[in-house]
Design a protein around this ligand. Structure first.
Ligand SMILES: [Zn+2]
Length: 457
């Protein structure tokens, strides 16, 4: 990279360098890469003169069709620990270490060839920022592989799916579910990778207070999931009935939260006292993330009422009945998938002698990631246990309905085989363009900059 200063402004110009038609030197590099085009500039010639009306031409780039590869946190940390053995708590076997390093280089190469994106997610955040020693390394890999793309959190994805289904209900010509990942992420999946990533991307910054908050949230979530798990472990109910019961959780919450809101509003409006038990519920449950359900009812009501400003109680009732009804429960992917995953976990717990008492904290994160993110991915990595559970019914039939290839992270060869195929079948004109914009792609150590920064501090 070459830094040039023109009229007091600093610019960075990147290789590859071509011959400049103005000065004849091999100094014409890349000034900027955008979503679907890039701009070149010469290190020696005047850049451009906005006052004089000279605007550098934007060179168009072909449309991209990146594969969305969702790597779970263990894959990211496996690669980080293999690249930096001093991060390993217990020493990796050499062939394991080599496989992780090989995987990293394949992923990074495909990323730079504009063929894949590995989005970041809340599930990564939950699991990664607990370890002070590792987080900087994980953060570096997330940033490098995600190109600024991050999946929305689970509640937002759920709301998007419910609204899609509501639109379909009101106009059956619209799709019931849109599996385009762009509908559920921050950032642009099919954007050419920009050099000015720092500006364009969310920084998955770690702060000590952030880690504390995350720990507290994790504890609360674990407690919640343990309650569900304990319910599942109890015998006396068929797996089908269990799934049925669990999938009603969304309906129950929508009704409950909206009812609490109505109680609260009525009390405030007419100065009526609230029953103390109800008041406690309003206090405890109407705060925090469950507000998302109120927004959801409001958004759906707007569709039902065609945007009418006046609240029609009959229509509001109809909206809530629809959202809390069987139709939504049985047709919205994330609401349908999660209970199947619980069933898979419960079946295994019931089959294990002495029954596992506590849920593995990683399992609830996995359930949420599979339930919410899997339908949008081309590949998703999971642990060996989940790989096995997803191959059996009731989960198996559901998972087959999506394009995602589920790969166990203990089978890195399968993942690498899939990735190799992506490069083998990449269109030649695209690879030529990549070389024109980014130059030759060689293996890079992702942590050099990070460690150099640390040394400077
Ligand atoms: Zn020049």
């Amino acid at each position: 990279m070459v830094c040039v200063t023109i009229n007091g402004d600093k610019f960075e110009i990147y290789p590859p360098f071509f011959d400049c038609v103005r000065c004849g030197k091999k100094t014409l590099g890349v000034l900027h890469v955008g979503v679907r085009g890039y701009i070149r500039a010469c290190c020696e010639c005047p850049l451009f003169n906005a006052k004089g009306g000279e605007i550098p031409p934007v060179i168009n780039l072909p449309a991209l069709h990146k594969k969305v590869i969702y790597l779970d946190q263990h894959v990211i940390s496996g690669m980080a620990k293999a690249l930096r053995p001093e991060l390993q708590r217990s020493k990796m076997e050499q062939h394991v270490q080599e496989a992780w390093i090989q995987l990293y280089h394949i992923l990074d190469r495909l990323r730079r060839l504009q063929l894949i994106v590995c989005p970041f997610s809340m599930h990564h955040r939950r699991e990664s920022f607990m370890d002070d020693r590792l987080y900087k390394y994980l953060n570096t890999l997330y940033k490098r592989l995600a190109n600024g793309v991050e999946f929305f959190d689970a509640l937002r994805i759920q709301s998007i799916q419910v609204m899609q289904y509501t639109r379909h209900h009101l106009d059956p010509s619209l799709p019931a579910f849109i599996d385009n990942p762009q509908t559920v992420v921050l950032g642009t999946i099919n954007s050419w990778e920009r050099y000015s990533l720092k500006a364009g991307m969310q920084d998955y910054e770690w702060k000590p207070e952030g880690a504390k908050l995350m720990r507290e949230q994790n504890e609360a979530a674990n407690k919640n999931f343990q309650t569900i798990y304990d319910r599942w472990k109890q015998g006396g109910m068929s797996i089908e009935d269990r799934i049925e019961e669990e999938s009603k959780g969304f309906s129950t919450m929508v009704r409950k939260i909206y009812a609490l809101l109505l109680v609260k509003s009525a009390s405030e409006q007419f100065g009526l006292p609230i029953d103390p038990r109800m008041a406690r519920q309003v206090e405890e449950e109407l705060v925090d993330e469950e507000h998302a359900y109120i927004q959801l009812v409001d958004d759906a009501y707007r569709l039902f009422s065609d945007g009418a400003m006046l609240i029609n109680p009959y229509l509001l009732r109809q909206t809530i009945d629809f959202l809390a009804g069987d139709d939504v429960r049985k047709n919205v992917p994330c609401i349908r998938i999660e209970p199947l995953l619980w069933a898979a976990l419960a079946r295994q717990a019931a089959a294990t002698k002495g029954r596992k008492e506590a849920i593995d904290p990683g399992d609830f994160n996995d359930i949420s990631a599979i339930g919410n993110i899997m339908p949008y991915c081309d590949v998703m990595t999971v642990d060996k246990a989940w790989h096995g559970r997803l191959k059996e019914n009731p989960a198996s039939n559901e998972v087959k309905g999506y394009r995602a290839k589920i790969i166990s992270r203990s089978n890195l060869q399968e993942l690498m085989g899939y990735l190799d195929e992506i490069e083998r079948t990449a269109p030649v004109h695209l690879l030529t363009k990549v070389q024109e914009v980014y130059g030759n792609i060689e293996d890079e150590d992702p942590f050099i900059g990070l460690e150099a920064d640390t040394l400077q501090c």
